[in-house]
Design a protein around this ligand. Structure first.
Ligand code: AMP
Length: 506
């Protein structure tokens, strides 16, 4: 099959040809004709499968006739992160170069004035992150009643980041009669429920098992001491022919520490995480894409879905908490049929997390030995009743807990804690702290129909925070001046106990 079999216009075909694509990927071959027919699509596809073009190419042709009115976009694409939104807008520019379509990108961290000016001129395609879109809607700068095509991309990531209530609110503002294209790398029940609510008789397209890394990615894992991870990484990088690599850490804090450490050891590295300002993030990404930086140390949210051509390596400095993140991370390499290499550094405490990953991907990650680094085993006792990254339910001191697998005399590894929610906020807004009351106000105003997802999303967010020890180190808060009424309720004791208390005079 070729692109010209799919029903696309000559202008779009020309742009595709200039992009150098020889033939459509499976998701493109299946989705493009269906989208051109005006049907809804439920696409189960991960990044790297060519899914962006599977919706942008037909959308360009659908939108080619007709004109946009001021502040009334004709199509809307919702993306979970600013980087993904930017990437999709770049695809639109590339594929739509022979059409006269107006596009606006609404993402946090950019000036409202410029975005409003664009909206005033009328846009055919609006690409937005949920928070900024709702902000502009609430300021009366945008009307969504003319949206004919809606794309919800990376729906499972939106769920992870707690954006589903916002997405539900946005969808409630759109016309009921529209075409909806819904993409998700995985289809957990909550995502399936949303798809059922948003789509009408969709064509379901699944292009790869949701949790399978590309076959072109060579994987490997070394179990090393927590305190030797940085040394192990340096040795690994030196031993590999690394053209460019993303190095994933679980915590934003570690992104900074690792980046500085690599830089100190003479590596050409930069950091990317949700706490950085948007201009800095954009600049770093641009430099990395232009091969001006070889190593990008990143957190999951910041790097989600980044499309960096020819990424030779991915390193997991930490084993990801959620097994699906492993697939997403290593999917940054080996894209579009190219070869890629992905290596993971695990510690003896990570057995349970690696087990979850191997269960998900259906095979073991081959062990590797890093020269000069002592290979260790997983500690079978680790993780029993313990909560990852900070909060542990066992009462043993850290030194005792982690002594197994650590060399004698070495200090206990720093406890892990994550800030996934804060990072998700940062991905979607200029200032997460400032935006928090607004987000909460939005939550309160949500329509009743959105309740189940909101609850699930909250529950999910709470679960994630608890799971990842976010509440660690918080002071224990007592009742203060307030005595709960249940404590004041009289209690009837059994007669024998009353007697014995009377005897002792208590
Ligand atoms: P995506 O899954 O949309 O993030 O796309 C992954 C990568 O595949 C991007 O770099 C695209 O430019 C590239 N790509 C998309 N479609 C094709 C195609 N038909 N042939 C080769 N590469 C493609």
């Amino acid at each position: 099959m070729t692109f010209s079999d799919l029903g696309l216009s000559p202008e779009v075909l020309r742009a595709v040809e200039e992009s150098g694509y020889a033939k459509p990927t499976p998701i493109q071959a299946q989705a493009i004709p269906v989208v051109l027919m005006g049907r809804d699509v439920l696409g189960c596809a991960q990044t790297g499968t060519g899914k962006t073009a599977s919706f942008t190419l037909p959308m360009i042709d659908i939108l080619a006739s007709g004109r946009a009115r001021a502040r009334m976009p004709r199509s809307l694409i919702i993306e979970p992160t600013r980087e993904l939104a930017t990437q999709v807008s770049e695809s639109f520019e590339r594929y739509g170069q022979y059409h006269k379509l107006n596009m606006a990108l609404l993402i946090g961290g950019e000036s409202f004035a410029d975005q409003e000016k664009k909206l005033d001129r009328g846009v055919d395609v609006l690409i937005a992150t949920p928070g900024r879109l709702i902000d502009l809607f609430e300021r009366g700068k945008i009307l969504l009643s003319d949206v004919k095509v809606l794309v919800i991309d990376e729906a499972d990531r939106m769920l992870d980041m707690g954006f589903i209530p916002d997405v539900e609110r946005i969808v409630s503002l759109l016309p009921k009669i529209r075409q909806t294209l819904f993409f998700s790398a995985t289809m957990p029940p909550e995502i399936r429920r949303l798809a059922d609510a948003f789509l009408m008789n969709p064509k379901e397209i699944t292009v790869a098992p949701p949790a399978s890394p590309a076959a072109t990615v060579t994987q490997g894992m070394a179990i090393v001491d927590e305190m030797e991870k940085r040394e192990a990484l340096r040795r690994l990088i030196r031993s590999e022919d690394v053209k460019n690599a993303v190095i994933f850490c679980n915590r934003k804090k570690d992104v900074d520490i690792l980046w500085k450490s690599l830089a100190k050891h003479g590596f050409d590295a930069a950091a990317l995480h949700g706490d950085m300002s948007q201009p800095k993030r954009t600049e770093t990404l641009e430099r990395f894409k232009a091969n001006e930086i070889r190593l990008l140390v990143a957190s999951d949210v910041a790097a989600r879905g980044l499309d960096i051509a020819n990424l030779s390596h991915v390193f997991n400095f930490d084993v990801p908490i959620h097994p699906e993140d492993y697939v997403h991370r290593i999917g940054r390499t080996g894209r579009a049929g190219r070869e890629g290499r992905a290596f993971t550094l695990a510690t003896p405490d990570d057995g349970k997390f690696v087990e979850a990953i191997t269960k998900l991907i259906g095979k073991d990650i081959p062990p590797i030995v890093i020269e000069g680094i002592e290979p260790l085993q997983f500690d079978p006792e680790a993780g029993r009743g313990r909560r990852r990254r900070g909060t542990r339910s066992d009462a043993k001191p850290a030194a005792e807990r982690s002594a197994r697998g650590r060399k004698r005399g070495q200090p206990a590894p720093a406890e892990r804690s994550a800030e996934p929610v804060a990072e998700a906020e940062a991905a979607n807004s200029a200032d997460p702290v400032r935006d928090q009351p607004r987000r909460e106000a939005r939550e309160r105003r949500k329509e009743p129909g959105a309740k189940p997802a909101r609850e699930a999303s909250r529950k999910q967010g709470r679960g994630q925070r608890e799971h990842e020890g976010e509440e660690r180190d918080e002071p224990v808060i007592a009742f203060g001046d307030h005595t709960p009424s249940f404590l004041l309720r009289p209690v009837r004791l059994p007669a024998a106990e009353r007697k014995s208390l009377a005897k002792t005079g208590t």
